[in-house]
Design a protein around this ligand. Structure first.
Ligand code: ADP
Ligand code: MG
Length: 245
């Protein structure tokens, strides 16, 4: 695999996804569609919080999870990775959709979803076939691909470990969109392979008990903080991201 990655060079192949794109970028990808908006500013500010943390410890692979589906993991991860690519054009940024059950990165970005991570994990393709540059940005993307029969098993495999190891060597910052924590073991398994996790909490929706349970389920994986999604500008001492509805 290592050699194949080498051949993929800087991981930004010439193919530009814009050409084959069947759909438009979701308007909630504000880092791209409305970079001057307050919402995009919040993702930038989240990014700079991570940058400050990077002064204290390495944070190459950052995972984004939440207790339940629909709390804003995908929207957060995509915007965060785009904010990273804009803020530091000299760094190699990768967005990975590791939600093999309901991967939505491809849909949100309006790009084709296959082949994706699950095709790599079941041996149907090589890493170099997966990594695509997103439009004219400095962000590379790996989509989730088709849903495997045993998503947890696929993500827990040695192949996934190897994949992350290689990806660490070739990218400076990797943002991984994870499945929800409560219903599946996936995030706990992958969480331990990241350098840190962001826990998305949907304002006025996620019950506090669910957040506690999710943290427990993550079993000691490094949690960097919470991202409060969909909140009004207000309180909380956590690492947070306020995005108005
Ligand atoms: N801050 C927000 N404001 C408005 N809608 C949002 C916000 N965050 C997420 N959404 C919407 O909520 C839904 C779930 O978000 P998504 O990122 O797909 O959640 P998850 O990945 O956690 O399942 C999507 O329709 C998304 O567009
Ligand atoms: Mg999602």
């Amino acid at each position: 695999m290592e050699q194949q990655m080498e051949r993929a060079g800087n991981f930004l192949p010439r193919v530009d996804d814009a050409a084959g794109s069947p759909n438009a970028v979701d308007r909630r990808v504000v880092s791209l569609t409305a970079p001057a908006s307050g919402a995009a500013e919040q993702y930038r500010s989240l990014y700079y919080r991570l940058e400050r943390m990077r002064e204290l410890r390495p944070l190459r692979v950052v995972g984004v999870t939440s207790a339940m589906p629909g709390e804003g993991k995908t929207v957060t991860t995509v915007n965060l990775a785009l904010a990273a690519a804009r803020a530091n054009p000299e760094r190699r940024i990768l967005l990975i959709d590791a939600d093999l059950r309901r991967g939505q990165v491809a849909e949100v970005l309006g790009i084709k979803g296959r082949p994706g991570l699950s095709e790599l994990l079941n041996g149907e393709c090589e890493v170099r076939e997966l990594v695509r540059r997103f439009h004219s940005t400095r962000m590379a993307v790996i989509t989730a691909g088709s849903t495997p029969e045993e998503p947890t098993q696929a993500l827990a495999s040695g192949k996934m470990k190897q994949f992350l190891k290689v990806v660490r060597e070739h990218f400076d910052e990797v943002y991984m969109d994870l499945p929800p924590t409560l219903p599946f073991a996936d995030s706990a398994i992958l969480g331990h392979q990241t350098d840190g996790l962001l826990m998305v909490v949907r304002a006025n929706v996620t019950p506090a008990g669910a957040v506690n349970q999710a943290v427990e389920q993550l079993g000691g994986a490094p949690i960097l903080g919470c991202v409060l999604n969909g909140a009004e500008m207000s309180d909380t001492p956590y690492l947070k991201n306020y995005v108005r509805k």
